[in-house]
Ligand binder design. Structure first.
Ligand code: FA5
Length: 339
């Protein structure tokens, strides 16, 4: 191949390569390779003096032509990269993938709520959502807790007005569900946010979630509650965790129980379980006849069980979290572990 042809071939190749440059740095290294003092074009031009006169003229013309074409293509490229640059000479490479925006995830409480709902749905419970701002009547009176009843001390209440309050538990939803579905048999869970004016500690928040469970129908006993809760605990925590019922008192259930799950410290003692090896996750019992009546059912015809469990405490047990205050402190380092 003659030198003139080699120069033409180099010109075509260089122009082609220039198209692929995307940054000022790329273009500069292209210039050094092709147009630089020790570049490819200079290498070919250095062979001109050795050529016979005829060939020299043709190669000289090709060299001038290539040099001009590459120089003006280079100038154009630099100008176009500058105009697409951020102003600091660095090109915006439109072919690079963009910076993905930070994507949020479900909060640990929401994830736990969904898991609880999924487990109870598998046992035939449907979800019934009710209000967060409640009347004194539903939060207390219809649950067999009249004004001045000493049991009101169990719930330190935030009042919005004399008769309106932030619900202290999801139990008022029991009345709302019963009034909607009576006299039909009923199997619902009622998830929701609750508020209490109480001292915050490793296991207690002033705002937390509960899931109420309620089943009303023929032949329901305390053993039904135990079976349902045992099935829930097994699905939520696996077969190794233990569950126990302790006798307790709630004005709206008779008999009443507290339900404990064995603590992750396995009884060695920790601040969470206060060294007992057990963490209370739920209250429960057989729905009090007065409450059944307030819900529109005949207590001589049907019975029912109810429970009200926390959501954060079951999550604490599942993921071995040391303090409930981490849930709503908005520390992304904590929250992102579960996103
Ligand atoms: C009640 O709220 C009853 N309404 C439960 C109930 C429902 C009993 C139906 C019988 C029938 P208690 O105050 O114990 O009960 O709360 C129930 C659960 O909510 C506790 O076991 C705990 O898991 C959670 N809980 C209560 N207070 C807090 C708090 N301050 N912070 C976080 N979780 C809490």
């Amino acid at each position: 191949m003659s030198l003139a042809d080699q120069i033409s071939e180099l010109k075509a190749r260089a122009l082609n390569t220039l198209q692929g440059t995307t940054s000022a740095a790329d273009v500069e290294s292209w210039r050094v390779s092709y147009l630089g003092r020790r570049g490819e074009l200079a290498g070919l031009i250095s062979r001109l003096p050795t050529l016979p006169a005829e060939e020299k003229r043709a190669a000289g013309q090709a060299a001038n032509d290539a040099k001009n074409a590459l120089q003006s293509a280079y100038d154009e490229r630099v100008a176009s990269i500058k105009s697409a640059s951020r102003g600091d000479g660095e090109a915006v490479d439109v072919t690079l993938p963009g910076i993905p925006p930070a994507v949020g995830g479900l909060h640990l409480t929401r994830q736990t709520l969904y898991e609880i709902e999924r487990i109870f749905a598998s046992m035939g419970f449907s979800v019934f959502e009710t209000r967060e701002v409640e009347s004194d009547e539903y939060n207390f009176e219809l649950l067999n807790i009249p004004p001045e009843h000493p049991a009101r001390d169990m719930w330190d209440t935030m009042y919005v007005s004399e008769d309106v309050l932030l619900r202290t538990h999801t139990s008022p939803g029991q009345i709302r569900a019963m009034r909607k579905y009576h006299p039909e048999p009923l199997r619902v869970i009622l998830p929701g946010k609750c508020h209490r004016y109480e001292a915050v500690s490793a296991r207690s928040e002033s705002m937390f979630y509960q899931v109420e469970g309620l089943a009303v129908g023929h032949g329901i006993t305390l053993a039904s509650l135990k079976g349902v809760f045992q099935a829930f605990a097994q699905q939520m925590y696996g077969p190794d965790r233990e569950m126990r019922f302790r006798a307790s008192y709630f004005p709206f259930t008779e008999p009443s129980v507290e339900i404990d799950i064995s603590c992750t410290c396995e009884g060695r003692g920790c601040t969470l379980c206060k060294g007992t090896g057990w963490l209370e996750v739920s209250g429960g019992g057989m729905v009090h006849p007065t409450v059944l009546r307030n819900g529109g059912y005949d207590p001589d015809e049907v019975t029912g069980f109810a429970f009200g469990m926390g959501v954060e405490r079951p999550a604490i047990l599942k993921y071995d979290i040391d303090d409930i205050r981490r849930f709503y402190a908005n520390d992304l380092r904590f929250l992102q572990q579960f996103a």
